[in-house]
Design a protein around this ligand. Structure first.
Ligand code: NAD
Length: 251
């Protein structure tokens, strides 16, 4: 329970990867702040399970990010995980979707980091973990906004890591390959349309084609990596972009 007495905020933690990270940090004793959308009753169950508070702020806006940070209070572990995806050829990419994806997948991390760092500096300890993606290192077609945001998140991570390196604070990306979550399930119909493929072809010939292990990553595996990054043994892991992608980006 090495995170007892520490407060962890995980954005986008009502589902998928963020929820798995919140559970893993809670299991090590952290007090957890949940964020994200969802069914009220389901969120109430999660709050009870994790002994957590929940702040449902919309992180596509600066005001939402500021509301979240004010409600969360000082955080020792900040996990910027909220994200969304949209699949379309660039010439048809809806401008509003571009703006929303950049706002949520990139700009919200800037806002939460700038607001979290002063407490971490005064505490002399902090952990910032950004859920990036294999798409922060390599591209796939039809994901212009997502790929741009995730590459940007990698740059933000490295910059912050250098700025806070002597303050006991680390800042890293975790970059998953495909993890079976609602975000991945939701992009299957659009990918079928964009590429003219069946559902099985999308799963086997698009999603898993580059994962050498031919397995989806499990959310709990990402939770375990986030826990490691919080440990004192990881104090020199900073500015890293840690792949957990079944070998995808090794090629
Ligand atoms: P998910 O759709 O299961 O969860 C997304 C979470 O973000 C939910 O809690 C949702 O309510 C929240 N959210 C959505 N819009 C929001 C908003 N405007 N403000 C606040 N919260 C909002 O997705 P996931 O697959 O668990 O993805 C989590 C992160 O992991 C994302 O950043 C995603 O890009 C990244 N990622 C996912 C995969 C994958 O294969 N699933 C791979 C690489 C990276």
């Amino acid at each position: 329970m090495f995170l007892s007495g520490k407060r962890a905020l995980v954005t986008g933690s009502t589902s998928g990867i963020g929820l798995a990270i919140a559970r893993a940090l809670r299991a090590e004793g952290a007090e957890v702040v949940l964020n994200g959308f969802g069914d009220e009753a389901e969120i109430a169950k999660l709050r009870e399970e994790l002994g957590a508070i929940h702040v449902g702020a919309d992180l596509t806006t600066r005001e939402g990010c500021e509301e979240l940070m004010a409600a969360a209070g000082p955080v020792d572990v900040l996990v910027n995980n909220a994200g969304m995806q949209y699949v379309s050829p660039v010439e048809d990419f809806p401008v509003g979707k571009w703006d929303a994806i950049i706002a949520l997948n990139l700009t919200s991390a800037f806002h939460t980091i700038r607001l979290a760092v002063p407490h971490m500096k005064s505490a002399g300890w902090g952990r910032i973990i950004n859920t990036a993606s294999a798409h922060s290192k390599v591209a796939s077609p039809f994901k212009s906004a997502y790929n741009a945001a995730k590459h940007g998140l990698d740059g933000l991570t490295k910059t912050v890591a250098l700025e806070v390196a002597t303050d006991g604070i680390t800042c890293n990306c975790i970059s998953p390959g495909y993890v079976w979550t609602p975000l991945v399930e939701g992009q299957i119909p659009d990918t079928m349309a964009a590429r003219g493929l069946s559902r099985d072809e999308v799963i086997n010939d698009v999603l898993l084609v580059k994962q050498a292990t031919k397995k989806f990553v499990q959310p709990s595996e990402i939770g375990a990596l986030a826990v490691f990054l919080c440990r004192d043994e990881a104090q020199n892991v900073t500015g890293a972009n840690w792949s957990i992608d079944g070998g995808w980006t090794a090629e």
